[in-house]
Design a protein around this ligand. Sequence first.
Ligand code: DGL
Length: 261
Amino acid sequence: MIFDSGLGGLLFYNQIKRIIPYSNYFYVFDNIGFPYGNKDKNYIINRIIKIINNICKLSKIDLIIIACNTASILTLSKLRNLLNYPIIGVLPAIQMATKLTKNNHICLLATNNTIYSTYIGNIINKLSYKYKITLIPSMQLVYLAEKILQGYYLLNLPLYKIFTTWKNNSKETPDTIILGCTHFSLFTLNLLHILKKKIIIDSNIITINFILNFIKKNINYNQNSKFTCDKAYCVSLTKKTKNLSIILQHYGFESLNIINI
Ligand code: DGL
């Protein structure tokens, strides 16, 4: 089961399904709570726990993937205490950035809730003896990415405004940028285009590789099964979400269903 606030987690689904096609996948998104990055933390935590609990009642689940940095930061340890399933969540790849940066100046691009979380605050404090970490919260990019995943075509990305002054790699500008929000993978090429000499770390890719290794080692999935049936779940079938059915079919889901919370 793959969970995200919106459609960003489909980037996980696409990659994992490509390598492990003969498993059944549930894609679960909280279309009423979206976006999580700027909402009250307790509101988000309660919703996620209810949603995941209810999905676990529907069918036997081999692995829960929290494909949302904001959700992972807020709920990963709580979910692990509550549920007896393997749970893997995406988190901003800060360790990887410390290995790759040459000027020891890193940037984390993520949602407000991720940027201002105790989790990130603690990591920054631990690393402050050697690394400078510039934090950039952006909810605007979350909304834009969600639109792109829903098939809209967009011009004038705010990325250009944010990053055009960062072309050089002096001490004043980070040389390594962590994409710390699932949705931001969509902007990797734009960032490479603007910031040619910088290192872009996509936290999704690191987590997806970890998940694939985990599945291959720990889950007895059927490699020969001919029929799979992937289902998408949302919290409420609003008119706007109903229109997503066609998009979700294109991604590979046979139906869009409701999960009550
Ligand atoms: N997918 C979420 C994340 O990785 C961002 C979207 C949201 O704000 O809900 O943080």
